[in-house]
Design a protein around this ligand. Structure first.
Ligand code: NDP
Length: 293
């Protein structure tokens, strides 16, 4: 199994990355540094996470060349519309301390204000044409919203980053992405959100089926979940601030799940999301000012 996935515009991206949602800024540079030390080469952040500056610091302190690390960030909805999104890129690039971003996503669709979403996406297309970003994409776009976008834009998104873990697999989103040549990237790939936000009685980390499969391979449920994504062709971006977990979550290239085991994991899908319904995201309910660089 390859460690990289080729996006629909030919750019190669590491399949397994490192997320920093909820990582406090003061812990971000060290977490990113630890991730790079153990071998991750893809970092996923967002303007709304408030830690882009520290992601940039962690990468610079690692001693790696800029070209060796694939950096992904997301524009927040308050910066949608064409001009605002172009400026949103400048804010993110300025904080990261980078002239070029590898992958820039729209963090959420604004379904009730779709013109602004389209304007923001057109800004991504412009940034791509100008070489300021190497690939562009979306996040939390359900199939109907994806269709609305595709009808009005030129460049097919390279990536759709959505909630995917064993308790919420979104097969219809994955199918729609596949039909359009869009890579599905799993956020909360280990179902972390089922622990820190959802009903505490349904944590993926405690799931008996995952536990059984993990024991059979001498692995942990977290490692089994990450391997499941990779074998099914998805990108995954696990987050941790704990060095031992950062290391363990990358040790997923030395075992193989059987077809039966993959199917058993697929069967855990409850069809119930833990994250917010993308349709509920509005400028009123999720307003956040993104500071200047
Ligand atoms: P994850 O599935 O990555 O789980 C992370 C949570 O699980 C944290 O609470 C972490 O705690 C804990 N954890 C990490 N490793 C282990 C382990 N091996 N065993 C047990 N617990 C573990 O979920 P996230 O929601 O954090 O998602 C990952 C990334 O996806 C984010 O960082 C972000 O980059 C992206 N994301 C994108 C969203 C979007 O809307 N586009 C929404 C949500 C996430 P600790 O740090 O203490 O180890």
């Amino acid at each position: 199994m390859s460690t990289h996935i080729t996006l629909n515009n030919g750019v190669a991206m590491p399949a397994l990355g490192f997320g920093v949602f909820q990582t406090p800024p003061e812990e971000t540079a060290a977490s990113v540094g630890e991730a790079l030390r153990v071998g991750y080469r893809l970092i996923d952040t967002a303007a709304s996470y408030g830690n882009e500056r520290e992601v940039g610091e962690g990468i610079r302190q690692s001693g790696l060349e800029r070209s060796e690390v694939f950096v992904e960030t997301k524009l927040w909805i308050t910066d949608y519309g064409y001009e605002a999104a172009l400026h949103g890129f400048e804010k993110s690039a300025g904080k990261l301390g980078m002239e070029q971003i590898d992958l820039l996503l729209l963090h959420q669709p604004l379904t009730a204000d779709f013109e602004r979403t389209i304007g923001a996406y057109r800004a991504l297309e412009k940034l791509l044409a100008d070489g300021k970003v190497r690939a562009i994409g979306v996040s939390n776009f359900m199939p109907d919203v994806l269709e609305r976008l595709l009808e009005q834009v030129e460049v097919v998104p390279a990536v759709n980053q959505v909630e995917v873990h064993p308790y919420f697999c979104q097969p219809e989103v994955q199918q729609a992405d596949k039909e359009h040549g869009i890579l599905t990237q799993a956020w909360s790939p280990m179902g972390g959100i089922t622990s820190y936000r959802g009903d505490s009685t349904r944590s993926t980390f405690e799931d008996p089926v995952l536990g059984e499969i993990a024991t059979a391979h001498g692995k942990t449920p977290a490692q089994v979940m990450l391997r499941w994504h990779l074998q099914q062709g998805r990108s995954a971006i696990p987050k941790s601030v704990k060095p031992a977990r950062i290391t363990a979550n990358f040790e997923v290239f030395d075992f193989e799940l059987s077809t039966e085991e993959l199917a058993r994991i697929d069967a855990l899908d409850t069809g119930v999301r833990s994250g917010p319904d993308p349709d509920s995201i509005t400028l009123e309910s999720f307003h956040r000012d993104i500071p200047e660089a």
